[in-house]
Design a protein. Structure first.
Length: 234
């Protein structure tokens, strides 16, 4: 199994598999977020179910592992591609002109996404599951976790702020560009790369990426509008 780490193809397979797993998580997370629009009580029930329970913690650790592996291999492949191009990276050719912008800027897009991911984890995970875990371990008093599962409260407070709402939409824009190429590249690396499947793979990547981003953006726009309407009502 050393080919998974020592060969270019193996590294791309690892990137593809971890990326596909992360996309599936984003689809789940986006669908979960939509519940916040349909039923605030239902969303808080989901937050409580996915709190500091053993299965949720195991899933969080597994997700963190996938993310670290994906990021690590992204840097390795980016450095490898940079070195492989050598002096050709300064040349302007017709082939390079045909390459999509997102393909040429995957690392930059990934870094932007990582930065906003840190902000997202602070705004939600750090204030929810992490607080609940500390309460369960006796590191914080019980009353400190009173709002740990109140996800609606954090959503309303955060997206009522224009700056945060705007930043999240910018993040989702970067995520869309990253996913449109990433999903395509993953399916391509996993063998769906013949003339029949190439147009289908491109369509699938655009549909999946758009669906993920729209589910997240819907919550941001809905609760920003909700806060705006409440302000004008006063």
């Amino acid at each position: 199994m050393t080919w998974l780490t020592n060969s270019s193809i193996g590294r791309k397979v690892v990137m593809s598999v971890t990326g596909a797993a992360l996309v599936l998580f984003l689809l789940f997370h986006g669908a979960m977020n939509l519940v916040a629009i349909i039923s605030e009580e239902g969303y808080n029930m989901i937050c409580e179910f996915l709190g500091a329970n053993w299965y949720a913690i195991v899933a969080t650790m597994g997700l963190a592992f996938l993310m670290v592996v994906h990021i690590f291999y992204a840097f390795i492949l980016s450095i490898q591609n940079y070195r492989a191009r050598g002096r050709e990276r300064y040349a302007v050719s017709e082939r390079q002109a045909d390459v999509e912008w997102s393909s040429k800027n995957m690392l930059v897009l990934g870094l932007i996404i990582m930065g906003f991911l840190g902000l997202h984890l602070y705004n939600f995970w750090y204030k929810m599951q992490w607080v609940e875990l500390q309460v369960n371990l006796g590191l914080l008093p019980h009353e400190a976790g009173a709002d740990a599962a109140n996800g609606i409260k954090y959503i309303k407070d955060l997206f009522a702020q224009p700056i945060y709402a705007g930043l999240y939409l910018v993040w989702l824009g970067a995520l869309w560009f990253h996913l449109t190429h990433g999903v395509w590249s993953a399916l391509h690396s996993l063998g769906l790369n013949n003339e029949t499947w190439m147009p289908r793979v491109k369509m699938i990547s655009n549909i999946v990426s758009t669906l993920v981003v729209l589910m997240f953006a819907a919550v941001v726009v809905y609760y920003f509008g909700y806060a705006l309407g409440a302000t004008y009502a006063l």
